[in-house]
Write a protein that binds this ligand. Structure first.
Ligand code: CND
Ligand code: ZN
Ligand code: ZN
Length: 375
């Protein structure tokens, strides 16, 4: 019996309060309105940004259904939707691409004006909500809310992918892979023969390494305080890895010595103020480019001596690797299917969706790269 046009009751992981475990609840998911799409989720990754919400560093409205790195199949569509149809395999996009705004029309930018990252209301574009639980509205997150068996997204926040794509893998294109790969290739524009340093070797940092290698970097130095991350980083293309705790001096000085004055491209993929400054300082003072990838706590500021930039450094940031997602996500999926991108190496754990709290524990204790939850 078709579920189109009806409310669907299903399981979702609801975050009722900060710093509390998710609770698996029965939620009601309203049908999609005009220009909206309801998706049956098949798999979702766990990203540190979801954890930043749980611990209060990334402020959103509660209660909320998190998750922004998923893949699924379209269950039904609202009036006017032309981009996808029921049965299509899709990836929800946490950075929408409306295609019409000043940002979408800009060749270098992707922060679509419909994104509203600086004011995350936790609603659909029309300002209303499709989730409820025990009679209470539950907020959306990042236009995606993939920690639910069914989710509703705006048409500008979803893209069709190859019907043969393995969803339990390519879900990572929804965040980690796009963010890391795009940060190297599109934001930093890593050049052949260059030297790169990558601070933070989680799912996103390792995807930066994949991008640096694809762009032809000659030397890629991984930086992490967890040595267990080094082997995988080297498998993916890091030429060496260092632990800042092994040195008496600041790691930017170590990196400058290792590279004769500083790296060409540095990436902060942790989300901390101190490492952001280290990453900026370790790139060459005359031509180095530093890209901020990690999400620092919303409330924290950084004091920087402007002389760090005076001599020629470039300091940049971007969400989702600066990629226009409707264009790039299907292309990255195709590259993965053609074995041009070793995405499998990022997935260290697979768990049933109900074990979501176990998945977060694995991330917090540094044991996992990416855990994929399967519905
Ligand atoms: P994950 O937690 O898996 O990786 C972070 C890594 O940093 C771990 O390996 C840690 O051991 C390491 N680390 C922690 N502290 C230090 C330190 N002081 N020095 C060196 N290494 C350290 O996180 P992830 O890969 O899922 O995400 C990384 C960041 O990227 C995080 O802040 C997340 O919120 C952000 C992000 C940004 C975007 C974007 O659009 N720009 C998208 N998704 C995630
Ligand atoms: Zn736009
Ligand atoms: Zn993410």
């Amino acid at each position: 019996m078709s579920t189109a046009g009806k409310v669907i009751k299903c399981k979702a992981a609801v975050l009722w309060d900060l710093k509390k475990p998710f609770s698996i609840e029965e939620v009601e998911v309203a049908p999609p309105k005009a220009y909206e799409v309801r998706i049956k989720m098949v798999a979702t990754g766990i990203c540190r940004s979801d954890d930043h919400v749980v611990n209060g560093d990334f402020i959103v409205n509660l209660p909320v259904i998190l998750g922004h790195e998923g893949a699924g199949i379209v269950e039904s569509i609202g009036d006017g939707v032309t981009a996808v149809k029921p049965g299509d395999k899709v990836i929800p996009l946490c950075v929408p691409q409306c295609g019409e705004c000043i940002v979408c029309k800009h060749p270098e930018a992707n922060n679509c004006v419909k994104l509203g990252l600086t004011n995350p209301k936790g609603t659909m574009q029309d300002g209303t909500i499709r989730f409820s639980c025990k009679g209470k509205p539950i907020h959306h997150f990042a236009h995606t809310s993939t920690f639910s068996e069914y989710t509703v997204v705006d048409e500008i926040s979803v893209v069709k992918i190859d019907a043969a794509a393995p969803l339990e893998k390519v879900c990572l294109v929804g965040c980690a892979l796009s963010t890391g790969y795009g940060s190297a290739v599109k934001v930093a524009k890593v050049t052949p023969g260059s030297t790169c340093s990558v601070f933070g070797l989680g799912g996103v940092g390792l995807s930066v390494i994949i991008g640096c290698k694809a762009a032809g970097a000659a030397r890629i130095i991984g930086v992490d305080i967890n040595k267990d991350k080094f082997a995988k980083a080297e498998e993916l293309g890091a030429t060496e890895c260092i632990n800042p705790q092994d040195f008496q001096k600041p790691v930017h000085e170590v990196l400058k010595e290792m590279t004769g004055g500083g790296v060409d491209f540095s990436f902060e993929v942790i989300g901390q103020i101190d490492t952001l400054l280290e990453a900026l300082s370790c790139c060459h003072e005359a031509f180095g480019v530093c890209v901020m990838v990690g999400a620092t706590p919303s409330s924290e500021n950084l004091s920087v001596n402007p002389r760090l930039l005076f001599t020629g450094r470039t300091w940049k940031g971007a969400i989702l690797g600066g990629l226009k997602c409707k264009d790039s996500v299907p292309e990255l999926v195709a590259d993965i299917m053609a074995n041009k991108i070793p995405l499998d190496l990022l997935i260290t754990h697979a768990l049933p969706f109900e074990k979501i709290n176990e998945g977060f524990d694995l991330l917090r204790c540094g044991k996992s790269i990416r855990t994929v939850l399967k519905f």
